[in-house]
Design a protein around this ligand. Structure first.
Ligand code: ZN
Length: 160
């Protein structure tokens, strides 16, 4: 557990300090804004989706805590080159991991994103980690704005 926690902190701090794919993404075909008012996290997630439904690039900008920024950064790396369908599977698995419904050691598509498993022990930070995924989902669905609070949280209703 101590090793896992150390790894988790190291990776998250690295991505927080040097976020990958940070900045407005030129040529984005879709975007969505995600807000987490509980923590003050606010990001715009951009994606370039090709004709064959492949996500060619993901970028983000905005501000927020270390966990949300690292999650957006790592997501942008992991999602690149996936199809929309593959991305949706990953988004779903990530959310399930943070709500304790998915064992990170099980067969999944999350790769290094499993370092965020530690966040499931910190209920007040779960929304921070999920926010970028939530926003990417909204962008791919063609919604522009989502919030992790209240009735705008349509994503949960769509989830089977
Ligand atoms: Zn946060």
């Amino acid at each position: 557990m101590t090793d896992m926690r150390a790894l988790y902190q190291e990776v998250i701090l690295d991505h927080n300090r040097n976020p990958r794919n940070f900045g407005k993404l030129e040529g984005a075909t879709c975007l969505a804004v995600g807000d987490n008012p509980l923590c003050g996290d606010s990001y715009t997630i951009y994606a370039v989706v090709g004709d064959d439904d492949t996500i060619e690039k993901v970028g983000f900008d905005g501000t927020g805590c270390a966990i949300s920024k690292a999650a957006a950064s790592m997501m942008s790396v992991r999602i690149k080159g996936k199809t929309i369908q593959e991305a949706e599977v990953m988004i779903e698995q990530f959310r399930h991991m943070l709500t304790g419904e998915l064992d990170p050691k099980s067969d999944n598509e999350l790769g290094h994103l499993t370092v965020f498993h530690g966040v499931s022990q910190l209920p007040q930070r779960v929304k921070c980690a999920v926010l970028p995924f939530h926003a990417l989902h909204a962008a791919l669905e063609g919604e522009d704005e989502i919030s992790t609070e209240g009735e705008q949280d349509v994503w949960n209703e769509d989830t089977p």
